[in-house]
Design a protein around this ligand. Structure first.
Ligand code: M6R
Length: 613
């Protein structure tokens, strides 16, 4: 959470920073601020609210010219969202200004020590403590700023990506990271720093991903990287493959709508070069190298959070059905705080869109320390999780900007499906003819998703009817149970309507008490092995006057007679239904949220990448 941007070079820094902050707003949008340096000195400007509020505030001001600057968009952790708690923060002498993404866990102890020395604090943030702590070391050790940063980093506990400006060095930026991402764009004697590559892409496609415990010093057009042990490292320059258009709305009203509609392409991109049904080829680079280990694993443990955890649940069905290996799916946040029984014969799959989720990263470290092999399924190239795992496969969904995850979910399931099929085939638990049949069907999924997207107008009508509901229930069985969970999560996170997802058969053990004529119940009732049972559950809801919205297989006539609304999706293999069935549920939550006037792309209290534990 929190987005940081910095620039040093020959261009005006402010427009680059503001544009960059807008791109990073998905990471937090409680407040925004910038620090600039010119003949007037080092000045900080900050405002509660979105980057546009800051922009309005700056519009009336002069002397904003600067060839160096830092900017921040905040997701509040310590202290409420207001102007004072917004970043950047000054050091005590106002000689330094700093932006920080992360949490300093021992800030309280540091703050008390500094207060005993007479330091005064204006904000409630851990970040103000951090920069004042750095300055205290700088003053007392008569050392350079980078040395003070290095010494301070040995003392702080927690996560950080920081960038610091020094009033006396107009050509210098100092940055460091541990646990929070930081990318450095390398231009022609100019540098761009940001939490991810989106603010950088239009200026350069050469980037360096800073590693944990590394400090970058950009001075006089040169980049130098050292570890916090003071050992110089060789910056490795990566070529970005991202296209600018991928991070723009491209005519859509919201990123979420664009991303829902991109799914036929993102699923195809995910399969491209990996799946060749005609020749029975399925190749996943990172997976191939670990196939032996995977094939002989005693158990697969999948760990993730939120929507990625739902993709993990789908994968549990897939791996158990096709590869016959026992699977456990764990919330990363729970797994890491237990004392789980994990050993070197376990294969761990960590799923994450952002690749930065703090709980998932911590779960990976825990499993690694117990000798397990860790495989990442991530979307953001170069993010922390792919670098913390032994191997992995990218989902190639392209940048997902809307806070509500949509295309990343279907891309995650696509990768996991390919893994399960390949593993089943290799282990001999999936016979060749069935394997070939499944591969052929998998190749048709992008076109089936395309067809499902055409239901948009009908779904809009359903949304209009139910937009004022106070509660929703989502029910599904088997592969469709995680789809029910995901449908409910989508609705609550962007429309703020309370929604619950349940296995349909569990309804009678409690949730049925909620059913009355006010309760919309969304069933995922496609023609599969539990269809008859789900039809019975629909009857039970109908008997209690619940309003039924049913996602069914094209041509279904049975449910049509019971439901208030049916949404017919193309038929596919039972194991692949989640890839298609989730699409109308994404559309339903999108339209309801829009009709309720909610901020669809930046729902309240949320952030796209959750880098706090
Ligand atoms: O980046 P990750 O996939 O690790 O993020 C996990 C969750 O924070 C994320 O899926 C969250 O639940 C989304 N807002 C759901 O739409």
């Amino acid at each position: 959470m929190c987005g940081i941007v910095a620039y040093v070079g020959q261009q005006e820094a402010l427009p680059i920073i503001i544009k960059g902050l807008k791109r990073l707003e998905y990471r937090g949008y409680d407040s925004a601020g910038v620090a600039l340096l010119n003949q007037e000195g080092l000045s900080i400007y900050k405002k509660k609210g979105k980057v546009s509020e800051l922009e309005n505030h700056l519009n009336g001001l002069s002397n904003l010219n600067s060839k160096i600057g830092i900017g921040h968009t905040r997701w509040a952790t310590h202290g409420e969202p207001n102007d004072v708690n917004a970043h950047p923060h000054y050091s005590s002498s106002e000689k330094f200004a700093m932006i920080h993404n992360g949490i300093i866990e021992n800030y309280d102890v540091l703050k008390r020590d500094l207060m005993n020395k007479g330091y005064v604090f204006h904000s409630e943030t851990d970040s103000e403590v951090f920069i004042k702590f750095i300055e205290d070391i700088y003053v007392n050790n008569y050392c350079s700023l980078e040395e003070a940063v290095r010494l301070a980093l040995h003392k702080v506990v927690g996560a950080y990506a920081i960038v610091i400006m020094n009033k006396e060095e107009p050509d210098t930026l100092i940055a460091a990271r541990k646990g929070s991402p930081l990318v450095i764009g390398v231009g022609d004697e100019e540098y761009f720093l940001a939490s991810d590559a989106t603010p950088i892409i239009e200026y350069t496609n050469q980037v360096v991903y800073l590693d944990d415990y590394e400090i970058a010093v950009i001075r006089n057009g040169k980049l130098q990287i050292k570890t916090i042990e003071n050992v110089e490292t060789n910056p490795y320059i990566n070529q970005l493959e991202m296209e600018l258009e991928a991070i723009e709305k491209g005519g859509y009203e919201h990123f979420m709508l664009k991303e829902i509609n991109e799914q036929p392409r993102s699923i195809a991109d995910c399969m491209r070069g990996r799946l060749d049904a005609k020749n029975g080829r399925l190749v996943l680079g990172g997976f191939r190298d670990y196939m032996n280990k995977f094939q002989n694993a005693d158990r697969i443990i999948i760990t993730a959070c939120g929507t990625s955890w739902h993709a993990g649940l789908v994968a549990e069905y897939l791996f158990e059905e096709f590869a016959r290996i026992p699977v456990e799916v764990e919330y990363a946040s729970e797994f890491r705080y237990r004392n789980p029984v994990v050993n070197e014969r376990d294969f761990i799959i960590a799923i994450s869109q952002s690749g930065e989720t703090a709980d998932t990263l911590a779960a990976i470290e825990l499993a690694k320390s117990k000798g397990a092999t860790i495989f990442g399924v991530c979307n953001v190239v170069g993010s922390s999780i792919p670098r913390a795992t032994h191997a992995g496969s990218y989902t190639h969904a392209g940048p997902e900007i809307g806070v509500a995850s949509t295309k990343a979910f279907t891309a995650q399931i696509s990768v996991l499906t390919m893994m399960a099929l390949k593993l089943g085939y290799q282990r001999g638990t999936l016979p060749e003819n069935r394997y070939m049949q499944l591969l052929s069907e998998l190749e048709t999924i992008p076109s089936k998703v395309e067809k499902a997207l055409q239901l948009n107008d009908k779904i809009k009508e359903i949304a209009a009817e139910f937009k004022d509901a106070r509660n929703f229930l989502y029910l599904g069985r088997g592969y469709n149970f995680p789809v029910a969970l995901e449908g409910a999560l989508k609705l609550k996170e962007i429309s703020y309507i309370h929604a619950e997802g349940y296995p349909a058969a569990e309804m009678k053990h409690g949730p049925i008490a909620l059913i009355d004529e006010e309760m919309p119940v969304v069933f995922i009732a496609t023609k599969d092995s539990s269809y008859e049972k789900v039809v019975s559950n629909i009857q039970e809801v109908k008997a209690r006057k619940g309003k039924i919205i049913a996602v069914v297989t094209e041509g279904d006539t049975t449910v049509r007679h019971m439901a208030d609304h049916v949404i017919e999706i193309p038929e596919t293999e039972e194991a692949f239904v989640p890839l298609v069935a989730v699409v109308p549920l994404q559309q339903l939550s999108y339209h309801i949220a829009v009709m309720r006037g909610c901020n669809v792309d930046q729902p309240r209290n949320l952030a796209k990448s959750v880098t706090v534990e």
